[in-house]
Ligand binder design. Structure first.
Ligand code: TYD
Length: 219
């Protein structure tokens, strides 16, 4: 991925984290707050943010337990991403809007690259094809212990196969996220997901407000 984030209009914020980290709630809250600041906001999600993405998500939901090849799974997530990028994200950014996206390529790096152990380089190859250098301005990583997240997410709309993965899988995903955040400290904010919705929301807003202030200075 290349950091071209500040040569284009708009604001691109992504939310990342384990299942049960509260991303979806916090993404909606941030969108609301950005609107209150006068931003026109496009909200989207991966894999299900477009019609095609929702169909791909349904394909992956796998109720009958039939095995899905890790590579096929990765390609499906990237097909959903390519559609999201072309249909929603890039047009919104070009129109100067803020885009708040629940999961993006870092999910594939963490879940497919590390969790499924496909490695980072193949994920980055696909990212180059699907996203063509598009990188978030700000990535909020809601960090949570896998055991706590899984307990919170139980009964929620998580993909069954991910949910049923081993403790080792979820730990690899979390560690990969933390490594990504360490590698790109300017783009990532690691926020503890523990606490009330309002408490976590305040931490998220602090990070977003800092990014907005920094952008004003960069212009
Ligand atoms: P979903 O219920 O759609 O959303 P969420 O858990 O974010 O509320 O489930 C998405 C699942 O798919 C989740 O377990 C993470 C996984 N996933 C990947 O493995 N790779 C990806 O690239 C994406 C976008 C998601």
């Amino acid at each position: 991925m290349t950091d071209n984030g500040h040569q284009r209009p708009g604001l691109f914020v992504t939310f990342e984290g384990l299942d049960g980290s509260g991303k979806t709630t916090q993404a909606a809250l941030l969108a609301q707050r950005l609107r209150a600041q006068g931003w026109d906001v496009a909200e989207t999600a991966e894999p299900g943010g477009t019609r095609l993405g929702a169909a791909i998500r349904a394909l992956l939901l796998e109720t009958d337990g039939a095995p899905v090849s890790p590579t096929a799974e990765m390609l499906l997530f990237f097909a959903a991403r390519a559609q999201n990028v072309d249909e929603i994200i890039v047009p919104a950014l070009q129109a100067g809007k803020a885009v708040v996206c629940d999961r993006f390529s870092d999910s594939s790096l963490a879940y497919q690259g590390a969790g499924r152990e496909l490695g980072e380089s193949v994920v980055l190859d696909l990212d180059r094809i699907a996203c063509r250098g598009l990188l978030p301005d700000l990535t909020i990583l809601l960090d949570i212990e896998p055991e706590v997240g899984l307990r919170r997410a139980s009964g929620g709309p998580v993909l069954d196969r991910m949910h049923g993965e081993s403790a080792g899988f979820h730990r690899r995903v979390r560690d990969a996220y933390l490594r990504l955040a360490e590698r790109e400290p300017r783009r990532f904010r690691v926020i503890a997901a523990a606490g009330s919705i309002a408490e976590v929301g305040a931490r998220v807003w602090e990070a977003a407000a800092a990014e907005l202030a920094a952008r004003v200075h960069r212009v």
